[in-house]
Design a protein around this ligand. Structure first.
Ligand code: SF4
Length: 436
């Protein structure tokens, strides 16, 4: 029996889909990339923006026809929109077999087992294999929920307050992913660096994961600037497996807007934080999230965001047009005109792209190490995506000469054939200590 997963939204949702996929595989199902082959169709929804929710709902509507084409087919809807609109979903789409909200993802295994016990199919069971996107570079969720109350954000109400997995559980999952072939582990949480469990804090967890045999790279998303402590920065700088790249959402360059968004830091604190990190990790890359058009954003506030992009020299980022979400504190505020939001979005994106391309162009001629994730595609330690010319297979690590820099990716050719991780480690530690 086969299952197909459609995921909307953020990396947390991708990780949740992978986790639910593993539970389905544990029940004997095999993942397919073709919905027509599937007996179970899982839609993992997102509610952060109305657009994502609308797309998921139209997909669910179309599944009525998919379901009736073969008897015994099941439709499972999960995630944040399922949490927020469960009654509406069950009412509008009575053909759904299971609706699991984001707060109940941890119970998915049990619910899925019950669902599959009701199956009326006699298709043969195959062996489960890890999905490609979770093989070389795997996500491991370390916590769920968020204790913050950013005024634009629906996450705290659909995912609840923070719950942390134990260090033991996380390290066990990391070992499982490595056993399946993962070389790179990305730790996930809504405010991933606020992690705490017993006496362990995030820095200890990073060290623990980096020490697992077979883990060659460690990353994490998304950290909150407030929890980016000196201890975490030191750990990133000192532990060779932790990659020198960070996605650190800033949201606005105006202190007035940051206050209204309830972000709990100022522009000055953010800038001094990134200066500290760049001093500890020269060459690190920094990306961010920015919201334009938040209610009350004046032209002067917007100019402050543009000046922050120039000052921070982000390597890439995501610019979001503000849209109100029902149930958030900001939803009751008066929105700016849509044309103005569009215009600011365009201007902000152009500037960010220009800064990013300037920085990326300087990489032409350099020879970073690239971990290959798919045929001829991989990423550097600094998280640049690279298309590689040459014969390489997923899981290999190669030194690549960068020949071209484009808007979102780099291109390069293999420099000296393939090199082992051990060689890279030696070179890395020489570079970090300045020896040799
Ligand atoms: S930190 Fe703010 S933006 Fe991030 S998930 Fe929590 S409430 Fe939402």
């Amino acid at each position: 029996m086969k299952f197909y997963v459609r995921t909307y939204g953020c990396q947390m949702n991708v990780a949740d889909s992978n986790e639910m996929g593993r539970h389905l595989k544990a029940n004997g199902l095999v993942e397919t990339q073709d919905p027509e082959e599937a007996s179970v169709f899982l839609v993992n929804t997102c509610t952060v923006r109305q657009h994502a929710e609308d797309r998921a709902f139209s997909e669910i509507g179309r599944l009525r026809h998919w379901k009736t084409k073969r008897p015994g087919r099941k439709i499972v809807v999960t995630g944040c929109a399922a949490e927020r609109t469960r009654e509406y979903l069950e009412d509008r789409f009575p053909f759904l077999d299971l609706v699991v909200g984001a707060k109940s993802i941890e119970d998915f295994s049990q619910m899925a087992a019950q669902l599959l016990d009701r199956r009326e199919t006699d298709e043969e069971l195959d062996y489960a294999v890890p999905s490609a996107d979770d093989r070389i570079s795997a996500f491991v969720t370390i916590m769920r929920g968020c204790n913050y109350s950013c005024t634009y954000c629906i996450v705290p109400s659909v995912r609840g307050r923070e719950i942390y997995h134990s260090m033991e559980q996380i390290l066990g999952e990391v070992r499982d992913r490595v056993a399946e072939g993962a070389r790179e582990i990305t730790l996930l949480g809504q405010t991933v660096n606020s992690y705490r469990h017993g006496s362990y804090r995030f820095a200890e967890l990073l060290e623990g994961v980096a020490n697992v045999d077979g883990v060659d790279r460690v990353r994490f998303i998304s950290p909150h600037p407030y929890y980016m402590s000196d201890r975490v920065i030191e750990t990133m700088a000192e532990v060779p497996e932790i990659c020198e790249s960070l996605h650190l959402p800033v949201q606005s360059g105006s202190n007035k807007m940051l206050r209204q968004m309830m972000r709990n830091y100022t522009r000055e604190q953010y800038v001094s934080l990134i200066e500290k990190m760049r001093k500890a990790m020269p060459g690190m890359t920094l990306s961010t999230d920015i919201i334009v058009g938040f209610p009350g954003e004046t032209e002067a506030d917007f100019r402050l965001t543009l000046s922050l992009i120039e000052e921070a020299r982000f390597d890439w980022g995501f610019i979001f047009k503000y849209s109100p979400r029902e149930g958030t504190p900001a939803a009751s505020l008066e929105c700016l005109p849509q044309e103005l939001i569009e215009e600011r979005h365009r201007e902000c994106l152009e500037l960010l792209d220009r800064v990013a391309l300037e920085k990326r162009s300087k990489l032409v001629g350099t020879t970073p190490e690239v971990l290959v994730e798919e045929d001829n595609f991989g990423r550097t330690r600094t998280n640049h995506k690279v298309h590689i010319t040459g014969n390489v297979a997923p899981g290999e690590q190669v030194r690549v000469r960068i020949t071209n820099a484009q808007r979102a990716t780099l291109q390069g050719v293999i420099e000296n054939g393939n090199i082992t991780f051990e060689n890279f480690r030696e070179e890395d530690s020489r570079a970090r200590t300045g020896a040799g």
